[in-house]
Design a protein around this ligand. Sequence first.
Ligand code: PDD
Length: 287
Amino acid sequence: MARFSYVNRRYVQHSHAAVHIEDRGFQFADGVYEVIPIVNQRMIDPQQHLDRLESSLLEMNITMPASRRVLELIVDELIDRNGVFEGLVYMQVTRGVAPRDHKFPKGVQPAIVITTKRVRFLTQNNLSDGVKVITIPDIRWNRCDIKTVSLLPNCMGKTQAAAAGAYEAWQVDREGLVTEGTSSNAWIVTDDDKLLTRPVGHEILRGVTRQSLLRIADEEGLTIEEQAFSVEEAKAAREAFVSSATSFVTPVVSIDDTTIGDGTPGPLSRRLQGWYLDYCTGLKNLA
Ligand code: PDD
């Protein structure tokens, strides 16, 4: 079955899809992106992802390449053409094509690429068995709230994690506090059953999964504190997990070789994972 992608107003065969060599995304990482999970052929939290896309574009002074409604229709068409029941949408908008010059050019049409990918993440072993994380210094810039395609430190961190046999690397600021994973938000459950995750700001991405989990946790009456935690606190935590469009809620069972809890996914992480999966499959609605 042919796989289609969407590139600058055209549906094209994925194997032939290409952008211009002077696209500023290619030369300067001058662009932003979104990754949106697809469950049962529909996007999870599309409005929240489009909100974040709009705010990332606004921060970089790039115009929306099409209306939100049109973007949704394009994604629906790709999901349909590519027969994606479970998977991901990747949506990237760059400033566009211009002769190489550091300053932002004026009057350039933004370039857009949308791809879909089939992934069977709901049956991943990670979700059931939990994962390892390592900690690394956070060497990124201080606008991590913008979902830019400039991801070299994140790629380096993830590669380091993989080399250590870990799933993710938790980045740590100069004060010794965990910011977030290289492609996920970080959470712990304290001894007194408090759910802790770093407050949003310039240091982390405002994860869409994070936001939905906060709403779920609140509705379920859990005690939540949006508060930064240290590596030591994380290692002493009762439970830990990561959240993202690709990890959903993935329990963490060790941090830098320190076992978390009894080394198996904790009960609160499990419950949150279950609630979140119910939310994705439409079994759970939020007020
Ligand atoms: N990354 N923090 C970072 C640095 C991320 O890159 C991501 C997501 C998140 C979680 O955000 P969300 O819940 O909206 O997926 C947090 C995506 C999955 C990626 O880059 O592939």
